[in-house]
Write a protein that binds this ligand. Structure first.
Ligand code: SF4
Ligand code: F3S
Length: 104
């Protein structure tokens, strides 16, 4: 499966949503997650993300984010169409350690 990582927080460009053939992205206030039970591992979303926030679950250090994707995919609503990025997206792109902004 593929996983949305920390780089998505406060960006949420949603280009990924447009290309996913199985609509397995779920939307929180500040980031999206992928439902690992629905992702078919096609990989097409990975290069589409302007924030380079999407990784295969074999990536080093992604385990914590894989768990978070699974947990929130069952709580957040499905998103199937691109929407406007967050207003602060370009300023927050590439900023490190954004986990504290996950809920705010
Ligand atoms: Fe969707 Fe493919 Fe990305 Fe999985 S890897 S989230 S199926 S686009
Ligand atoms: Fe997030 Fe990138 Fe998609 S910033 S919403 S994973 S295009």
């Amino acid at each position: 499966t593929y996983v949305v990582g920390e780089q998505c927080i406060k960006c949420k460009y949603t280009d990924c949503v447009e290309v996913c053939p199985v609509d397995c992205f779920y939307e929180g206030e500040n980031m999206l997650v992928i439902n690992p039970d629905e992702c078919i591992d096609c990989g097409v979303c990975e290069p589409e993300c302007p924030a380079e926030a999407i990784f295969p679950d074999t990536e080093d250090g992604i385990e914590k984010w894989a768990e978070l994707n699974r947990e929130y995919a069952s709580q957040w609503p499905n998103i199937t169409r691109k929407i406007d990025a967050l207003p602060e997206a370009d300023a927050m792109k590439g900023v490190a350690d954004k986990l504290d902004k996950f809920f705010s």
